[in-house]
Design a protein around this ligand. Sequence first.
Ligand SMILES: Nc1nc2c(ncn2[C@@H]2O[C@H](COP(=O)(O)OP(=O)(O)OP(=O)(O)O)[C@@H](O)[C@H]2O)c(=O)[nH]1
Ligand SMILES: [Mg+2]
Length: 305
Amino acid sequence: MDKQGKKGFRSGFVAVIGRPNAGKSTLLNTLLGQKVLIISDKPQATRNRIRCILTEERGQVIFFDTPGIHKPKHRLGEYMVAAAKSALQGVDMAVCVVDVSVPFGTGDEYVFQIVKESGIPCILALNKIDLITKEELMVKIATLSKLADFREVIPISALHSNNTAKLMDLIFEALQPGPMFFPDDVVIDQPEKFVVAELIREKLMNLTREEVPHAVAVVVENMEEKKTLIKIEAVILVERDSQKGIVIGKDGCILKEVGKLAREEIETLLDSKVFLQLWVKVKKDWRNQNTQLRDLGYNLKDLNE
Ligand SMILES: Nc1nc2c(ncn2[C@@H]2O[C@H](COP(=O)(O)OP(=O)(O)OP(=O)(O)O)[C@@H](O)[C@H]2O)c(=O)[nH]1
Ligand SMILES: [Mg+2]
């Protein structure tokens, strides 16, 4: 379907930004109508700037999912924040996601300041309204909408698809007529290996606790199409021997569960039976090592050093 010359077709680039755990990736999965981005109840799930594409009759939006903006404690964190901030460069607009179920703090203020400094038109999406009362929401709307010059302020629940269609209308209204940048069947602009590695990492994040979810990285080393299935070999990196034990679990129970849950989702994603093999390796302090980070595909150029 070629919509290049279609009258009224709008398109543009939209960065979704906010603090960790605000619900940015959940919102994008809801808007896209399928799960392409990983979600966790633990902060700092998203580590890269990820382009995902929504194509409708009325237009095409190229969204950037971004890591949550936070005070970095290691090199990976610095990269994540830089990747999030640089998503604002060259986009047509931003959607700033705030979790209204937690107190508004200096972290959110910092995100607002970044948006202000960028000068990019911004819609403020007040997320997780399912967790607060109407009265509490009224107070949030009144106080937060004053803090920056937002184009629109919209309460949503990304998880329950509440008001998200309205948000999409507001985004399309704000965009200019434009071409189609991606074919209409492209939803995420990342190789399959990346999406598969992310799904494995999501299961690891959700099945481990404390520092472990943040100390894991996943690399898909091989994906091979066999007669009846796809064979995938992936390596899970941790920073310390003790973390290796936790990730494997007693009698391998955690690793087995990670493998089972990830395999099920990967089978849906690839529409094929999958044989998933996982290994766990220790790479000391990988989150602080430039070479390791580069090997893992983090583009340190974003750090502008
Ligand atoms: N109750 C409720 N929970 C939500 C909503 N939106 C997201 N969540 C939950 O909030 C948590 C964080 O969601 P994510 O989408 O991973 O948040 P994020 O902003 O992408 O987080 P980072 O990638 O860490 O920056 C998950 O447990 C989601 O299920 C919502 O509308 N209501
Ligand atoms: Mg995320």
